[in-house]
Every structure is written in C-alpha cells, then in structure tokens.
Write a protein that binds this ligand. Sequence first.
Ligand code: UTP
Length: 476
Amino acid sequence: MSISTKALIESFAQAGQGQVFQFFDQLDADGQARLVAQAETIDLAEVDALVAEHVKAAHESKLNLDGLQPASYKALPSKGGDSAQWKAAWDAGSAAIQAGRVAAFTVAGGQGTRLGYDGPKGTYPITPVTEKTLFQVFAEKIARSGERFGVTIPWFILTSEINNDATVAAFEAADYFGLDRGSVHFIVQGLVPAVDCEGKILLAAKGKIAMTPDGHGGSLRALVRSGAIDKMKAQGIDIVSYFQVDNPIVQCIDPAFIGFHVLGQSELSSKMVPKAYALEKVGHFCMQYGTALVVEYSDMPAELQEATNEDGFIRFNGGSVAIHVFDRDFIGRAGGTGEGAKLPFHRADKKIPYVDASGETIKPDEPNGVKFEMFVFDALPLAKNPVIIEASRADDFSPVKNADGVDSPKTCKEDQLRMFARWLKAAGERIETDDSGLPKITFEISPRFAADEADFVAQWGGLDPKPAITEGTVIK
Ligand code: UTP
C-alpha cells in the first residue's frame, strides 16, 4: 500500500469514518484504486461540519421569524398588474434575447427517487400524444424561442456523475433533438457523501461510497467550477434562465420575465404563484428587514402559513415554483469561494441503499440516512435588487414528482391538455372542455410550433388551412 493511501485511510479513521475502508482488503487492486480515488474527492472537514450541524445537533428550524413579511411582487395584468409595465418588460426581454444575452439552464442532476423511473428524469416521456420526453420538450421550446427572436439560444444542463453519461447518451441518440450540438453544454454537479443517522458515511457497495448530488443549489458552484460562467462571458451571455427538469409546461425563455429582470437591474429574479391553499407544501417568498428570502413550508409555523389579511386573503401567499433568472456575474459570486457567498446545506432524510457491517446490501423501506443538499433559493438573500413576478400556475408549473397522485405524469398530462385547450380558445377556436378546462379529446401542440400562448395565437393565425382538432391531432 502506498504511503498516500495509508495516510488517506488514516485520515478517515481519525475523522471517525474508518468504516469506509472496512472491506478494503477484500477488494482487488482496481477496486481499491477506485475506492481511494472516490475517497480523495471527499472533504472530510466539510462532512464533519455537516454532521455536527445537521445530524448530531437536534434538528429543529433555526429560522428567526422576527420581522418576516410577505414579499411584494409584480402582479399579472389579469390580477390588477400594470399592463404597460408588462408590455415594457416584454419589449426589454425580447431585446435582450435578440441580442444573444440569454442562455437556458435546466437543473437535471437530481435522482428523481419519488418518480421511481429508471434513467435520467429528462428522458421520461411526458407529452399526451407523441410521448416526447421532458428533454425533447425543452429542446423544442428553446429552438422555437430562438427562431422567434432570430438567435441560437445556448442551453446549459446540470447533470450529476450519477446520470451524466446516460443523459449525454440520450441526447446523442436523439441527435440533440435537432439543436446545434455546440449550443448544448452539460455541467456535472458535485457529490457529497450520504451518512447514517449517527453521521457515519455509508457504503453503496464494499468498494463504493454512497454519494449523492449536492442539491440544485450546487448548480451555482458547478457552473463556476466547470468554467461555464467563463464560457458565457466569452459569448456575451449575462442572463441565465433557470428551470427544473421535471416541469414541462415552464416557459423556458419568457420575454416578460427576462425584461423585468433587466429593467430591475436584478441579480436574481423569481416567479411566484399564489398558493393553491394555505398549507400547500411550497416555499414562501418573504422579506425580512429589507432582505428577500424563501422560507420553506417546513420552517414556517402553520399559523403563519394560514394567516390572512384584513380582506381575508392569505397573507403569505407567494409560493415559489423554482423558476428564476440569474445574472451571470451573480452566479460567479454566489457559486464562488469568496467570503459570505456560500449557500448553506440542508438535511434531507432519505432511503439510502447501503452495505452493512456484515457486507450485506440493504434496501431500506424507511428513511435510514441523511443526504446533504443546497437549495438554489438560498441565493436570494445574497442578490441585489431581487425581482419577483407573478406567474400563472396553469402556464408555468406542473411538475412531475411522484409516480401517482399529485404532481404525477397523469396530472401533468392533464395540465398540458388544459393549457393546449386554453391556447386554442385564446386563438378563437371552439373546443369542448369539462369544468376544469380539460378537453374531451387528447391532442397536442408541439413546443416547436409555439412557445407560449401569445406565440400560439400568432402562429395559429398564420396557418392556412388550419387542421381540424380531433382525437390524436398534433399541431406542429
Ligand atoms: P427535487 O427536489 O424534486 O429532487 O429536484 P429530485 O432528486 O429530482 O427528486 P426526488 O426528491 O429524489 O424524488 C428539483 C429539481 O432540482 C434538480 C432536479 O433534477 C429537479 O430538476 N436537482 C435536485 C439537481 O439538479 N440536483 C440535485 O442535487 C437535486
């Protein structure tokens, strides 16, 4: 054994993590080398601090609620917002897109355990008729927005070491969905070890440490470490449109949102939707002594979540839907190593398959360990001039999280159908729907045809002849 390997094993033992090497002698030379290489990537001091803060200490919310107020936001014109302001924002955003200042950024490094799908979540089929995958939907939306504004919009995609190869292979197999390959950039995010409830690092196999991605908040440091920020700078990109891989109805490139960000000289802008009900499990946009922040539902007492204004409306009404616009240099700062810029880690209790002391692999039915994750919205308090705008849930947010029930493929397909029906109605067509707006037939509007309602109305107006909308129609 080399001196450096000995020293590495010793450092793990001293940190109380000697179990990582308990099967070392049973591994062949390649297996030993792989485990050593993996162990070398681990920052033991960081793990130690995370365990002390999140595993050993009683984990109750440390959030100070003093002075907490709901954050103000730009209301939609249909909800009393100033339409002239929205028009000015749309114009400013369009100009920024046309000038090539905007990139799309999808975070797809998560493990998607709740959906239980074997493969990167972006390869999950999601459209109601042609079963396009999530990645294809975004690719086509980005292509359509580029066509609309006469530019090629670069697309950055966050993966993790766990799903990067499979993600790249899916893009290769689909010939990048017709996009220019040079405009698609994969960024691999960092991993942190998972620990058991005593803070001991878990083994996924005798020669493999259980590592998990460092959360969507890790996207910021991944963009910095990978050099993507420098690449953006070299290409004149200073606006990054951020969305999650699980939300196919998101407006990937929303001119009005980008415009509010630009006009507000904001470093980080966010979309909010009014909560569906008081105790909805979403983060809440708040202000605290002049600083904007998102407070998770789990950190906010129920009476505050349910509190109402004099008019009877829910006071903390701004739900976060994980749609943001970032200033490039702000990402450089918030994802960098400078003082005060680091995002905090949070604890997530999860079911983590592991190898026990006897060498047997255990697949737990209940959470048995802890993952550490950074959350992207923790960047909000670090940002200058944050802007929050209202979005319509129906036009921007229907995530695929679970295999069944709420936020499942079924609900998402229905939300897509409702959106398509609304767009057709906005274009003056008749389509039969139920009370919830769900059409009686299943059809599809290709994202390649239109990126949003206004785009659809314009495109549809130019179609001659127009197709009949019947079961299975695809408007493309
Ligand atoms: P979720 O919080 O829904 O997590 O991620 P998840 O890992 O996808 O799914 P579960 O909790 O295991 O079921 C929200 C978004 O953030 C991305 C996900 O890919 C998704 O787009 N994400 C999450 C990352 O990119 N990296 C991470 O480390 C975690």
